[in-house]
Design a protein around this ligand. Structure first.
Ligand SMILES: [Zn+2]
Length: 321
């Protein structure tokens, strides 16, 4: 599937240099994939809100996109010391589904059928979790990257969830829809622009364009977290004395982003702004003890932020039966 050109190029580059990264067998320490797969949803509550994390699948990118402002050897050594492959990443895709009052809010719509073959399973996984995808009342989009919005269209180019209200940051919409953007970006970014525009223009989708502090329904609020994309927004759920922040891609790695908040990634459109936003989020979540959800963190991606000196650590939430 030649849709994702940067990846292919990076894979080829990586393959050419692979022997340099060879690790002793003992250092790999990875477990195998399960036969027949694992359940793709996880439930908990935030006060009175019933929350389900539903996966869209996964995909793998070369780690050359991680910590691009740090020495390459340092990034690889850090990954290896955390029992992660120094060569290939494993990105989970954890969608937040919130039931509160009469509202059924879904955050992001996944990749659909036009990105990686291993992703695009959100609708069938919602179904498997006993959730009627067509009963979703509000679809919130954190940002218009392929893995978050391309799933908005079905195979007939119509809205995948026809009756929902679709919500997107005003600044994010303005960025992708500016005149002639596709001609001003690099060749490898052009498909991102075309994909975003096509997704935003999906037949049957009427956007509600919003700004910082917008309340989707009582207890579900959007706030600005720019950097990864210019108009990126995160979602906050508050009920009783419990809170959860769905970070979107304001943080995309459960290890590097916490231990090295100053490292940014190749897909962060403004590295400095990404780092500033991330430090603000980490400080807020650690100080106020707010739970976080990382879209690309290891499934289900829910946990807390623990301060450790100048850095932080992601502490996964307890799995409760
Ligand atoms: Zn993403």
């Amino acid at each position: 599937m030649p849709l994702f050109k940067p990846t292919r190029r990076e894979i080829l580059t990586l393959a050419a240099t692979a022997p340099a990264f060879a690790m002793p067998v003992a250092a790999r320490a990875s477990l195998g994939r399960p036969e027949g797969g694992n359940p793709a949803h996880f439930r908990f509550s935030v006060g009175d809100a019933r929350v389900t994390i539903v996966s869209d699948g996964w995909f793998s990118l070369p780690t050359t996109g991680l910590g691009i402002n740090a020495p390459r050897e340092e990034v690889e050594a850090f990954l290896a010391s955390n029992f992660l492959s120094p060569e290939q990443g494993y990105s989970h895709t954890n969608h937040l589904y919130i039931e509160t009052g009469d509202a059924r809010v879904l955050v992001d719509v996944g990749s659909g059928s036009r990105f990686f073959d291993t992703a695009g399973q959100l609708i069938s996984n919602l179904d498997a979790a006993g959730i009627d995808p067509y009963g979703v009342t509000h679809v919130v989009i954190t940002h218009a990257h392929p893995d978050h919005v391309w799933g908005i269209r079905d195979d007939f180019d119509e809205a995948i969830i026809p009756d929902a209200e679709y919500i997107l940051g005003e600044a994010e919409h303005a960025h992708w829809m500016q005149d002639g953007l596709v001609n001003r970006v690099s060749a490898e970014d052009q498909q991102f622009v075309v994909g975003a525009v096509n997704s935003i223009e999906t037949e049957g989708v009427d956007w509600t364009l919003v700004s910082d502090g917008y309340e989707v329904v009582p207890g579900v609020t959007l706030f600005d977290t720019p950097g990864h994309t210019p108009g990126h927004m995160s979602v906050r759920v508050d009920s009783g004395d419990s809170s959860l922040i769905a970070l979107g891609d304001a943080m995309s790695h459960a290890y590097t982003n916490f231990a090295h908040p100053e490292w940014f990634n190749g897909f962060d459109s403004d590295g400095e702004q990404t780092v500033a936003t991330r430090k603000r989020l980490l400080d807020m979540a650690a100080t106020d003890r707010i739970a976080v959800l990382g879209y690309h963190f290891p499934f289900p991606g829910v946990g807390h932020v623990k301060r450790e000196g100048d850095a932080y650590r992601f502490v996964p939430a307890l799995w409760q039966f």
